[in-house]
Write a protein that binds this ligand. Structure first.
Ligand SMILES: Nc1nc2c(c(=O)[nH]1)N[C@H]1C(S)=C(S)[C@@H](COP(=O)(O)OP(=O)(O)OC[C@H]3O[C@@H](n4cnc5c(N)ncnc54)[C@H](O)[C@@H]3O)O[C@H]1N2
Ligand code: MOO
Length: 402
């Protein structure tokens, strides 16, 4: 049996970062900036006022001094008056500083009423503010030509706001990984449809699509196919239009393992020392357009799908998308005890509370316990060496909630 780490490194070896493409600055959240971005414009682009008030010369300020008002400067003003000795210009927040002025006196520190519309002929200052006060200098955030954002930055609303301010309308982002999902099983029926004898609702395709989207991938197709090899082959060929294909089911050792029957020889079928998630298929398939596309064949049991997707599909999506991925874990107290298998790492779906964690189901870990999976916000790790967890033990827990 392979260890979890050995299988993860094999999975990661199947993919590399996708190419970058130009993207409107306000789109592409969750993707990764492919190149450093320098400031095309300074931030701020010009000296401007941080306050609604009066632009003045600091040397003219004295309590009770009266200054002649020479003009009005709203934000967006394209022309500004010159401020001479004994003069002031009314100025709004974000408006360009007029030549001659070096300081702003907020309206609250003058005899003018706040919010007044008409321009006064003169203004009397009631406080002395120091030279340069309330003036935001051009380039004091980032100067022209300086590096504003670094390659590898995960694209976010704040990154978009920063890039726009640096003068960029289009940015090079690594392509969002496109994933196709293929659930296999002749017993599968679409969600909400009545079940015939031996049939079950297809939950895996929904689970995988949702998780992949949550992790920043685009799901280009998610379908269920029966265990007829020709049908699976046809669906797989279409699925290979994506950057990654995830299948569920049909990888074990039964008589009707459609994934194994169709792609054995092209991809590798392994046993991984984990529970759930022991049987795993992984490899590269050739798409009709000649691209080599990674495929992960996850075991069909729904909890196995959940755990395998977190452990293997998520890091591979991150590799394709170009972002760093670390499966964080935190040490927490077990509030109840449960059993684990010998020689395999168990990932037990648990509920995280303020006091510690407890399995979401009294049966502990069962790869078919799909209904209670919704209660899990963590996967507790029972190591390969341990066969049980006792109440009060410290366990490593991977958070898996939203
Ligand atoms: N003789 C052995 N039998 C099994 C072994 C083994 O080592 N020797 N391993 C077991 C383990 S562990 C797992 S995990 C499963 C994996 O089997 P498959 O990947 O071939 O999955 P299936 O047999 O197709 O399905 C397993 C289970 O999951 C249900 N399922 C499948 N697809 C869906 C779906 N889309 N939505 C909801 N539920 C799904 C399916 O009905 C089965 O109950 O093999 C064990 N057997
Ligand atoms: O490895 Mo299977 O995923 O235990 O149920």
């Amino acid at each position: 049996m392979r260890t979890v780490e050995e299988h993860l490194s094999r999975v990661l070896s199947l993919g590399s970062r996708l190419p970058a493409e130009p993207c409107p600055v306000g789109d592409g959240f969750g993707r990764v900036l492919a190149e450093d971005l320098a400031a095309v414009v300074a931030v701020p682009p010009f000296d401007n006022s941080a306050m609604d008030g009066f632009a003045v010369r600091a040397e003219d300020l004295a309590v009770g001094a009266s200054l002649r008002v020479v003009g009005d400067i709203p934000a967006g003003a394209t022309a500004v008056p010159r401020v001479g000795a004994g003069e002031a210009a009314r100025i709004m927040t974000g408006a360009p500083m007029p030549p001659g002025a070096d300081t702003v006196v907020p309206v609250e520190q003058t005899d003018q009423p706040m919010g007044a519309v008409s321009l006064p002929e003169s203004v009397r200052v009631s406080a002395v503010v120091p030279l340069g006060r309330h003036v935001r200098r051009a380039g004091e955030d980032v100067a022209v030509g300086a590096q504003g954002l670094s390659a590898g930055q995960r694209w976010s609303p704040a990154a978009a706001s920063s890039a726009a301010s640096l003068g960029h309308g289009v940015v090079p982002l690594v392509a969002r990984p496109r994933v196709s999902i293929l659930a296999t099983g002749s017993e599968l029926v679409a969600a909400g449809r009545p079940l015939g004898f031996g049939q079950i609702p297809d939950s895996n395709s929904l689970l995988l699509s949702g998780l992949c989207r949550q992790w920043g991938a685009e799901v280009v197709s998610a379908v269920a196919v029966d265990d007829e090899p020709a049908n699976f082959r046809a669906a797989l060929t279409e699925a290979l239009a994506a950057d990654l294909v995830l299948t569920s089911g049909g990888v074990s050792v039964g008589a009707f393992e459609v994934v194994r029957q169709v792609v054995e020889g092209e991809v590798v079928f392994d046993k991984v020392a984990m529970q759930p998630g022991k049987p795993q298929a992984s490899g590269l398939l050739t798409a009709p357009d000649g691209r080599r596309v990674p495929m992960l064949g996850l075991p069909g049991n729904p909890v196995s799908v959940f755990v395998s997707a977190w452990a293997f599909a998520r890091p591979l999506i991150a590799r394709l998308g170009g972002w760093d991925e670390e499966w964080r874990s935190v040490s927490m107290l077990a509030l109840r005890g449960w059993k684990g298998p010998e020689g395999r790492r168990q990932f037990t779906p648990v509920r995280i509370t303020a006091d510690g964690v407890m399995p979401v189901h009294t049966l502990g870990s069962g790869s078919h316990l799909v209904a209670s999976l919704a209660l899990a916000d963590g996967l507790a790790v029972v190591t390969e060496e341990a066969t049980s967890v006792a109440p009060g033990d410290a366990v490593a827990v991977h958070p898996v909630g939203l």
